[in-house]
Design a protein around this ligand. Structure first.
Ligand code: PMP
Length: 298
C-alpha cells in the first residue's frame, strides 16, 4: 500500500505518498502508542467527519497523549487531503502516534505525529447482493476487561486480537469473526458492531468494553425513526438461537447482513433491507452502479 501516487497529510504538510515514512525506533511500533480512525467519503463529503476527528483526540487522551491539532484543524486537513487526491467515494485513515525521540516503555517526551491518508473506495454491491449475508466464526479471543486495557480508545494495540481473529476466520473460509467479551457476553466483530433482530425488536450488546461505533449510534437512530424498538442489553451467545436477522455496522461495513455466526444461522430480511436503504439514503449513496464505476476509474 506504500507504493502509490497521491499525497498524504503528515504533521501539517502534504507529502508524496511514497515519502510518508517514519523511523523504525518509533515508540508506536514497539509499544503500540498509536490511535487511528476510519472514515468514509461519499460524493466528496466525509460522513460524520467531526465525530471522527473528536474521537481521534479522545483516543489519544485515553492513551495519555494530546493530539497536537484541534478537531477543527483535523477536519480541515482531512478535507484538504480528500480534495488533493480527488477522492469522490473513498476511505480516510487518520493516525496519531508517539515518535522516535526516546526508546523504552517510558517515552513522555516523544513527539506526537499525525498523518491522514485517503484512497478511492467505491461501493459496487447492490442492496440485493449485500442481503446475501456474510459468515462469521466465533473467535477464541475475547474483548478484554476495561480494567485491562483502554477499551474505549480506537487504539492500535487493541487490534492485535482483531487481526488474530480475522486471519483465523479467513483461513477457515469465514468472512469475519465475532468476539465475546471477557465475561462471555456477545461483544462485536473485528471491525464492526453487531445487532440481532429478535421477534421484531432490534437487540444489540451494551458497549461497555468495546467501541460504541459512530455507525452503531447512527443506525440505532435510523431504526428508531422507522419505529423499531431498539434494546441495548447483555446478550449471551446462546441467545443467538432466538434471532431471525443479524447485521454488522461500521464505517467500512456500513450495514452488513450476516447469515451465520458459528452454529447459528440467520435470514437477512425486512429489517436489514430497511436499514440498508435508510443508511444509503443518509450517506447520499445512489444505486447507480455505472456512476460508481466511473468514479472509481476517475
Ligand atoms: N468496533 C471495532 C473494533 C471497529 O474497528 C469499528 C470500526 N471503527 C467499529 C466497532 C465500528 O465503529 P464506527 O461505526 O465508528 O466505524
Amino acid at each position: 500500500f506504500d507504493d502509490r501516487d497521491g499525497v498524504i497529510w503528515y504533521d501539517g504538510q502534504m507529502v508524496d505518498w511514497r515519502d510518508a515514512k517514519l523511523h523504525v525506533l518509533s515508540h508506536a511500533l514497539h509499544y503500540a502508542s498509536c490511535v487511528f480512525e476510519g472514515e468514509r467519503v461519499y460524493g466528496g463529503k466525509v460522513f460524520k467527519l467531526t465525530e471522527h476527528s473528536e474521537r481521534l483526540i479522545a483516543s489519544g487522551k485515553e492513551l495519555g497523549f494530546d493530539v497536537p491539532f484541534t478537531a477543527e484543524e483535523l477536519d480541515r486537513a482531512t478535507l484538504e487531503t480528500v480534495q488533493a487526491n480527488n477522492i469522490v467515494d473513498g476511505y480516510v485513515r487518520p493516525v496519531a502516534w508517539r515518535g522516535s525521540e526516546m526508546m523504552g516503555v517510558a517515552a513522555q517526551k516523544t513527539k506526537i505525529h499525525v498523518a491522514i491518508a485517503c484512497w478511492p473506495w467505491p461501493s459496487y454491491f447492490s442492496p440485493e447482493a449485500r442481503l446475501a449475508g456474510i459468515r462469521l466464526m466465533l473467535s477464541d479471543w475475547r474483548r478484554p476487561d476495561p480494567r485491562t486495557a483502554p477499551v474505549k480508545s480506537k487504539a492500535a494495540g487493541l487490534y492485535m486480537i482483531c487481526t488474530l481473529s480475522k486471519h483465523k476466520a479467513e483461513n477457515l473460509g469465514f468472512d469475519d469473526a465475532l468476539l465475546l467479551d471477557w465475561r462471555g457476553q456477545v461483544a462485536e466483530a473485528t471491525g464492526a458492531n453487531v445487532f440481532f433482530v429478535m421477534n421484531g425488536e432490534i437487540h444489540t450488546p451494551t458497549p461497555d468494553c468495546f467501541l460504541d461505533g459512530i455507525t452503531r449510534r447512527t443506525v440505532i437512530e435510523l431504526a428508531k425513526k422507522r419505529g423499531y424498538t431498539v434494546v441495548e442489553r447483555v446478550i449471551m451467545p446462546e441467545e443467538m438461537a432466538n434471532a431471525q436477522e443479524c447485521f454488522l455496522t461500521g464505517t467500512a461495513a456500513e450495514v452488513t447482513p450476516v447469515r451465520q455466526i458459528g452454529d447459528y444461522t440467520f435470514t437477512p430480511g425486512d429489517v436489514c433491507k430497511a436499514l440498508i436503504e435508510d443508511y444509503d439514503a443518509l450517506v447520499g449513496r445512489t444505486h447507480d452502479l455505472a456512476a460508481a464505476a466511473r468514479n472509481s476509474a476517475a
